[in-house]
Design a protein around this ligand. Structure first.
Ligand code: PLP
Length: 384
């Protein structure tokens, strides 16, 4: 296919996939099951807020689904990250390693703890944190004292690391985990986008001490807004629950709180929607993997590369990506698709380029810079 015709052919193809003539969105939620039933049950019960059976039911079901022993539902993924960092004892004297290619929420949560991010490069085949870059950074730039990893440059303690499973594709989480363990660094997985994605047959988010999932409106399933923390650690789960529910001490009537807590609990109304969505998750994943297959075949005959799930993994293909030749070609593609009714988006602007994080320590971001100029997300809603 000649490059001139490329974009128009792609626009037609995507419109045909979704059977739309005018506009195809990047990612829309689908409500095809018991959503209305459970929502009206929830309203009829009057338990629409911070107590009710749907929250408990959701927590049980998501822990079964992911294989994590415990799950704590929250109002969104960002606050789940915030609580996770508090549980890792991240404070103003700490630093947190993450990748520059992620959604801003990852870094905002680090800032809520008054800590500083350190940006380490990603691998091109996962778009997520590179274990070899991580290892080489830690070897050269840190020393270990009293089981704490000290950054030689800043003298601060590197307390935690948050790799993101970008666009649902699992990163090399087992290697990352192994490296972090050696350096006494707490692993929090940003699995906000990767519900249903497996690495070596184990659910993403369950490798780290804590994993965070989001149920925002654009994610694979949604509660309107919502998130959760998954963990195998009973004590951390208990603390997470306590902190997200105003640190209230259980009692028949006393309003007794033993520390500064947060009002981060998912309302029952959102959980009702989510329980219905969860029933459809396996169908959604099957549909998305089928769509990815269709895209993969189609893009073989174009100038663009379709991004395939990394080795050893089963991706939920939350958002499909293509990789263009360079920034010029990417900008032309974004312009032509968006002005012709097919919504596409570039990947995130790297976090180290944002004003709030521009002074953060960065380590050779070669792949991140390369991907930032070339990756475009294409429509990925579940097909009807
Ligand atoms: C969506 C998302 C979050 C935040 O989740 P919210 O529920 O929107 O607060 C965090 N990290 C990544 C990578 C995300 O995509």
């Amino acid at each position: 296919m000649k490059e001139n015709n490329n974009n128009l052919a792609i626009i037609d193809f995507i419109k045909a996939i979704y059977n739309k003539k005018k506009f195809v969105a990047l990612h829309e939620p689908r409500f095809l099951g018991n959503e209305k039933k459970y929502l009206s049950e929830c309203i009829d019960s009057t338990f629409v807020s911070s107590a009710g059976k749907f929250v408990d039911e959701f927590e049980e079901k998501i822990s079964k689904y992911t294989g994590a022993k415990y799950a704590v539902a929250t109002v969104n993924g960002t606050c789940a990250l915030h609580i996770s960092l508090i549980l890792a004892e991240v404070d103003k004297d700490s630093e947190v390693i993450t990748q520059p290619l992620t959604f801003v929420a990852t870094c905002n949560a680090i800032s809520y703890c008054n800590a500083k991010p350190i940006f380490i490069d990603v691998d091109r085949d996962t778009m997520s944190l590179s274990p070899s870059a991580l290892k080489s950074f830690l070897e050269k730039n840190t020393i270990i004292k009293n089981k704490k990893c000290i950054n030689k440059k800043t003298k601060k303690i590197i307390k935690a690391c948050i790799p993101t499973h970008s666009y649902g594709h699992p990163c090399r989480i087992d290697e990352i985990k192994k490296i972090l363990k050696k350096y006494y660094i707490f692993l929090i997985e940003d699995a906000a986008e990767s519900l249903g994605s497996l690495y070596k047959n184990k659910h993403t988010g369950t490798f780290g001490e804590l994993g965070v999932i989001s149920f925002n409106g654009n994610k694979i399933i949604t509660s309107g807004g919502g998130g959760c923390i998954v963990t195998n650690n009973k004590l951390l789960a208990k603390k997470a629950k306590h902190l997200t529910t105003t640190a209230k001490v259980n009692h028949k009537w006393d309003f007794n709180h033993n520390m500064v807590g947060y009002n981060y609990r998912m309302p029952n109304l959102n959980a009702a929607l989510l329980v219905a969505q969860l029933e459809k998750l396996d169908d959604f994943i099957a549909s998305k993997r089928n769509l990815a297959n269709i895209y993969e075949t189609f893009f073989k005959d174009t100038d663009y590369n379709f991004f395939k799930e990394p080795k050893n993994s089963r991706s939920n293909y939350w958002l499909n990506s293509i990789i263009l030749k360079d920034k010029t070609q990417r900008d032309k593609f974004l312009d032509e698709t968006n002005s012709n009714g097919v919504m596409t988006r570039p990947t995130w602007i790297l976090m180290n380029k944002l004003p709030m994080f521009k002074n953060a320590q960065c380590v050779y971001l070669i792949n991140s810079n390369w991907l930032a100029e070339r990756v475009v997300n294409i429509p990925s809603s579940v097909k009807l």
